[in-house]
Structure formats: structure tokens, C-alpha cells
Design a protein around this ligand. Structure first.
Ligand SMILES: Nc1ncnc2c1ncn2[C@@H]1O[C@H](COP(=O)(O)OP(=O)(O)OP(=O)(O)O)[C@@H](O)[C@H]1O
Ligand SMILES: N[C@@H](CCO)C(=O)O
Length: 321
């Protein structure tokens, strides 16, 4: 459940009065998501999402996240658009938390994406990269290479309680990545968490992207690697080449990968698999007693990492040239 903070009717009415969106008709907590408190807000003007930013989101990062949604929406990316208060601000405070109201997007996320969905995601990812090119605020990726060893150390030997040999396997993969991680690839704003639960569809047509709270500046092709991991593996752990082809084709229909990006794709996929394995592992080992949120399985990404360590060529992901 992702409603950590209670908001009284009076507090909410006072907050909403700062906007030109009419009176509150109803408000409902949203169970999905784990980071922030999200509410579906129905006012006289329609539906909105109210987000209260909880502890894990650094307040200094909020102008980047909110500014980015605003920037992307102005450039035709379908994403939540921050609603301005009558004062012109997009970020306020509610129940002791920073808070924002954004537009509601229609659509649902797909639990079993097809190749058609993957093509749409590839295309939307490239459009996002192009639209972010002139976004003026910078935010480093603190969950890239330099962030992985601290996470690994945080897990320590407890990793072997999750699966035998996990500590050694991870140590080897991490050392290889530290040695070989590519530099000099085209950089820009990346989403960094474009998993199926952050992409809405109406039927097979992509209807919007959400959850920009890991967005940062990094190699654009790393974002594609994250999507290959998140969208193109089957439940039985097999990589689906048809989905990989569709994702890459969709991407390249909007933005052609450079030769250096193509060459780097296997190592970027390894890095991205390690990143999600490590964050999941640390969360898995630190589930607070009585938590209602079920931690995600780190071993899913341990298996994906093993797959990528056997790959040497981007054609194994579906690149057709
Ligand atoms: N603009 C929007 N329009 C419609 N629904 C939305 C919108 N923003 C968020 N939601 C709903 O709220 C849920 C949680 O949103 P989001 O993923 O941003 O939360 P989070 O707490 O940051 O989660 P995560 O754990 O995925 O980082 C989404 O799954 C979706 O159902
Ligand atoms: N998408 C991440 C969770 C962060 O929102 C994961 O699957 O591990």
C-alpha cells in the first residue's frame, strides 16, 4: 500500500483551494506504488493525482522531477503534467510533506506485454530521450556504477541467505563492470525505471508514461538496457528475441543507436540487471516487520544477469544489423 500519510479533509480543502481546479468531490488512496503517498483526486474540474513525497525522495530533487514532467508534457510526451497553483507554483506542502497535483492519465499497465507493446515502449523511450535533450536541470544517476558497490556492501554476506553463491557471483559481476563500464556514450535525461507498471496502454496503444522519480542524466542506451531487462524476458526466465527486436526497432524508428551504443549494449544490460538485483536485494533484506509492501524478487535479476554474461553481441537482443 502506498498511502503513508493521512490527510484530513480540512487540510486537503485548504491545499486544493490554492489551485484553480474547483472543490474536492472525492479523494481515494492508491494502493499501488511503494515510494510516495498517492491519491486519486476528483474535483469539480475532473480527475487528478495528488502525490505527497515521502522520505526516500530527496527534496532537492523535486524541482528536477516536477520540472521534467512539465518540460516533457510541453514537448508532446504524454505524461502527468504538474498543475500550477494560482500563485504559479507547482510544488506545495500538505500534511508536513512536499506535495504536488498532476494530471490524471487514462490507461492501464499491462502485466503480460506483447511485442506490439514493446515496440510502443521503444518508440516512446526514444521520443522521451529526444524531448529531454534541452531540459536544463541536471541530476546525476546515484544508482549507476559508483552506487552499486555501496549497495553490495550494505547487503554483505546476507546475500547468501537469499541464494547460495549469490555473494561470489555478484562480486565477480561487479568487478567486471567496474573494469569495463563504458564511458563517452551519448548522454541525456533517462527515465531509469521504465518498467511495465510505469507505462499505460489503452489496448495496444501507449497512452502515457509515469513515475519519473528515478529520472537522471546518464547514457541514453542504458535506459534501453533497462527496458530490455524489464520488458523482454518471459516468466520462465527466457529472453524473448521477438520482443527485443520490437523494442529496439521501436527505439530506432525514432533515434538510431550509434556504433558505440550498439557495442556497449551487452554490458549496459549487465549493469542494469545488477542495479535492480542490488536494490531489490537490499530491500528484501530490510523488510520492516509488519510491512504491507511485498519486496520484489532479487533473484529474477540475478538470473537476467547470468543471461547477459553469456551474451556478447547486441544481435542477441534483437538488433537487426
Ligand atoms: N498521472 C497518473 N494518472 C493515472 N494514474 C496514476 C498517475 N500517477 C500515478 N498513478 C497511479 O498511482 C500508482 C503509483 O504511482 P507511482 O508509480 O508514481 O508511485 P510511486 O510510489 O512513486 O511508485 P514506485 O514504487 O513505482 O516508484 C500507479 O501505479 C498508478 O496506478
Ligand atoms: N522497478 C523497480 C522498482 C522501483 O520502482 C524494480 O522492479 O525493482
Amino acid at each position: 500500500m502506498a498511502v503513508y500519510t493521512d490527510v484530513s479533509d480540512e487540510e486537503l480543502a485548504a491545499f486544493v483551494a490554492g489551485y484553480d481546479i474547483g472543490q474536492v468531490l472525492s479523494v481515494k488512496g492508491i494502493a499501488e506504488g511503494v515510494e510516495n503517498s498517492n491519491f486519486l483526486l476528483h474535483t469539480e474540474r475532473g480527475f487528478y493525482i495528488l502525490t505527497l513525497y515521502e522520505k526516500r525522495v530527496r527534496q532537492d530533487d523535486l524541482p528536477f522531477f516536477i520540472g521534467l514532467m512539465d518540460h516533457l508534457a510541453r514537448r508532446g510526451i504524454i505524461c502527468p503534467e504538474p498543475v500550477r497553483m494560482t500563485s504559479g507554483e507547482t510544488l506545495g506542502r500538505l500534511a508536513g510533506r512536499p506535495a504536488a497535483i498532476v494530471t490524471f492519465l487514462d490507461g492501464i499497465w499491462v502485466k503480460r506485454p506483447t511485442a506490439t507493446h514493446c515496440r510502443g515502449v521503444g518508440s516512446a523511450l526514444a521520443a522521451f530521450h529526444k524531448a529531454g535533450a534541452d531540459f536544463p536541470i541536471q541530476r546525476p544517476n546515484n544508482l549507476s556504477l559508483s552506487g552499486w558497490r555501496p549497495l553490495f556492501e550494505q547487503a554483505g554476506d546476507a546475500a547468501d541467505r537469499v541464494a547460495a553463491g549469490l555473494t561470489d557471483r555478484t562480486a565477480t559481476a561487479l568487478a567486471e563492470l567496474e573494469r569495463d563500464w563504458p564511458t563517452g556514450l551519448p548522454q541525456g535525461v533517462i527515465h531509469a525505471d521504465l518498467f511495465p507498471d510505469n507505462v499505460f496502454f489503452i489496448g495496444t496503444k501507449l497512452s502515457g508514461l509515469i513515475d519519473f522519480y528515478f529520472a537522471c542524466n546518464d547514457a541514453l542506451a542504458y535506459d534501453l538496457a533497462i527496458c530490455l531487462n524489464a520488458w523482454c524476458f518471459e516468466a520462465d526466465g527466457a529472453f524473448n528475441l521477438t520482443k527485443g527486436q520490437a523494442l529496439i526497432d521501436g527505439y530506432e524508428a525514432q533515434r538510431t543507436l550509434t556504433p558505440a551504443e550498439v557495442a556497449a549494449l551487452p554490458i549496459l544490460c549487465r549493469g542494469s540487471a545488477l542495479r535492480f538485483m542490488l536494490t531489490r536485494l537490499v530491500d528484501w533484506l530490510n523488510v520492516p516487520p509488519g510491512a504491507l509492501v511485498k519486496p520484489k524478487d532479487p533473484l529474477e535479476y540475478d538470473r537476467k544477469l547470468a543471461f547477459h554474461r553469456r551474451v556478447s553481441d547486441a544481435r542477441d537482443y534483437g538488433l537487426r544489423r
